[in-house]
Ligand binder design. Structure first.
Ligand SMILES: O=C(O)CCC(=O)C(=O)O
Ligand SMILES: [Fe+2]
Length: 337
């Protein structure tokens, strides 16, 4: 079946009620049948849900724990210290306080604080990074807390960053194969690791909650896909199906959530779904999560793939570069900067 026909079938299929779990243990297999079976599962999830969990993802628990524990230390610093790293002063690298972002234009602000950064070599002395030369409108160096304020923060969050980017590099070929493209299709479009990571802290919201002020308002993500670690034992993330029902996406031990974003919706003319989601922390305790958003390089144009376009499915989106798109979403979410 052509991709366009398969997308039409997916569009008229029943709304999803749960999110598939895909085991990546065979991701390195060279057996074409094993690989094809994995790609089929990925295609199905991308066209019907836009969300999936992955198990056997290869990121060590110690790497996750290291990032989480220094993130907790960072968020416990006094607000004035954190505000020295205000992300609106550094082209969206650094700290954003509670209620400073608004992911849902109908809402009154997001009930979380976060810290945001992009690609940087772990070795702080490796000099200017050639990968950053083409960041265009998204250019800007990361900012970091001092090592006396937050010892080991840069190293531990960057270690997780590099592990997650490594996982993302293994996923791109699966997505390409799921789109009937050569598996290296995204290689020359992802040379510069235009990946942004956030560490997020959601204070608990107890008692009556104003529906317009929740942890993160209903939104889609902006890049190709997101790799999301969420704190075990706390249900907060919800995903919207086409019947407008919110489906819980609880943390599942040993897995990460992968969700598609707007860049993939644009590459695929909505054959792959960039699905709306939100998070509300009503658990009574603090919640932490770590999304890493992996997009194509900022100068790359988001042109629809030919197999996703037909006379019955004309191109839905104006062609823009990845950088222009991401920057416009940052401006809409944090205010124009
Ligand atoms: O915290 C979560 O579970 C979701 C975060 C999210 O959707 C985002 O940062 O885009
Ligand atoms: Fe999101």
């Amino acid at each position: 079946m052509s991709l366009v026909n398969a997308a039409q079938a997916a569009d008229s299929a029943e709304a999803f009620r749960n999110i598939p779990i895909i085991d990546l243990k065979d991701i390195g297999s060279s057996d074409p049948a094993v690989r094809a079976a994995l790609v089929d599962q990925v295609r199905d999830a991308c066209m019907n849900v836009g969300f999936l969990y992955v198990s056997n993802h290869g990121i060590p628990d110690a790497t996750i724990d290291g990032a989480l524990s220094t993130a907790k230390t960072f968020f416990s610093l006094p607000l004035e210290k954190k505000m020295e790293l205000d992300l609106t002063k550094s082209n969206f690298k650094g700290y954003n306080p509670v209620l400073s972002s608004n992911n849902d234009p109908g809402n009154g602000g997001d009930m979380h604080e976060g810290f945001e950064f992009g690609w940087e070599e772990l070795d702080a002395h490796s000099g200017p990074d050639a990968k950053r030369a083409k960041d265009g409108v998204m250019a800007g160096a990361n900012v970091w807390p001092t090592s006396s304020d937050c010892p080991g923060f840069r190293e531990s969050v960057l270690s997780y960053y590099h592990a997650a980017v490594g996982l993302g590099r293994k996923l791109f070929p699966l997505f390409a194969l799921a789109l009937d493209l050569p598996e290296n299709f995204f290689d020359d479009k992802t040379k510069n690791a235009a990946a942004i990571m956030r560490v997020l802290h959601y204070p608990p919201q107890t008692g009556p909650v104003d529906d317009r002020v929740i942890g993160i308002g209903a939104h889609t993500d902006w890049e190709c896909f997101t790799i999301l670690w969420q704190e075990p034992g706390i249900q907060a993330l919800q995903v919207l199906n086409k019947q407008n029902q919110w489906i819980d996406a609880p943390p599942i031990p040993g897995t990460l959530v992968i969700n598609l974003g707007d860049q993939f919706a644009r590459w695929t003319n909505d054959v792959f779904k960039s699905t709306i989601h939100r998070a509300i922390n009503r658990s009574g305790v603090r919640r932490y999560s770590i999304p890493l958003f992996f997009g194509t390089d900022y100068h790359v144009r988001l042109e629809p793939i030919q197999s996703c376009v037909s006379s019955t499915r004309p191109p839905k989106y104006e062609v823009v570069t990845a950088g222009e798109y991401v920057k416009s979403r940052f401006n809409a979410t944090y205010g124009q900067h």
